[in-house]
Write a protein that binds this ligand. Structure first.
Ligand code: NDP
Length: 241
């Protein structure tokens, strides 16, 4: 069976992506770091809707945890393969750069960027061998235009977009595509502390987006129909520039 690995699949955008890709017929590996209860709820939803889902906890920023978890999964699933990887796990720790703590800088960069590197490197092997794969990186509008108070997050997401473009060129000959999705304001735990009624005035469509709307775009990029799209960053932000 073909599987999709969704990092940070326990909550928010990742949970919506996991559910959507399951309804597209993929088995789902729901990765998370600590919130097993939420991850279990996503898995239960998928299985209740006749899908296949498995929890795969690891910290994407830990090379040894990533490698060990995927090694064990492959041992348990010799007939199955991961054909879709969604690098979605991410955190925000906003602060003006002048006040930013060293740990805040590194935690955000390590989760997004090291997480992309460790997970993708491990999963890519199988995709290259089978000459089939879709890698979708969840970036952000913040990585395109930069947002004050988010120099760590903007740097991490901009770097992720750069890596998307580079890797797309490396693996294109093996029919593996690599794209990024750059959401604007999307309703989730990550944005629940924001003043939605004020901020939505900046958005031409006058609302925050839904995680399911991001999931629909990821579903398209993961599909056969998107086979000729690679190295792209597709914005989904209600027109916010
Ligand atoms: P949430 O805070 O709702 O969920 C974050 C998810 O990432 C959780 O599943 C969490 O797992 C997981 N996670 C965090 N750190 C790690 C780690 N080290 N290893 C494994 N999993 C981890 O975030 P959103 O759903 O809002 O965001 C998802 C992605 O979309 C992020 O990359 C974010 O930067 C990006 N994004 C979000 C936007 C928004 O407006 N919401 C806008 C633009 C981009 P656990 O449950 O175990 O904590």
């Amino acid at each position: 069976m073909d599987y999709a690995l969704v990092t940070g699949g326990s909550r928010g955008i990742g949970a919506a992506i996991a559910k959507r890709l399951a309804s597209d017929g993929l088995g789902i590996l729901i990765n998370f770091r600590s919130n097993e209860v939420a991850a279990r709820q996503v898995a239960d939803y998928i299985t209740a809707n006749n899908g296949i889902a498995e929890l795969l906890p690891f910290d994407v920023a830990s090379e040894s945890e990533v490698d060990a978890a995927l090694e064990k999964w492959e041992e348990r699933h010799p007939e199955d393969r991961i054909t879709v990887l969604v690098n979605n796990a991410g955190i925000r720790e906003d602060n003006l750069l002048i006040f930013m703590q060293t740990e805040q800088w590194h935690r955000v960069i390590n989760t997004t960027l090291d997480g992309f590197f460790y997970t993708t490197r491990r999963v890519l092997k199988g995709m290259l061998t089978k000459r089939n794969g879709r890698i979708i990186n969840i970036a952000s509008l913040s990585g395109i235009k930069g947002l004050p108070g988010q120099s760590n997050y903007s740097a991490a997401k901009a770097a992720l977009i750069g890596a998307t473009k580079a890797l797309a060129q490396e693996v294109g000959p093996r029919k593996v595509t690599v794209n990024a999705v750059a959401p604007g304001y999307i309703k989730s735990d990550m944005t629940k502390d924001l003043n939605e009624s004020e901020l939505k005035k900046q958005v031409p469509l006058n609302r925050f987006g839904e995680a399911e709307e991001v999931a629909a775009l990821v579903s398209f990029l993961a599909s056969k129909e998107a086979a000729y799209i690679t190295g792209e960053t597709i914005s989904i932000n209600g027109g916010l520039l």
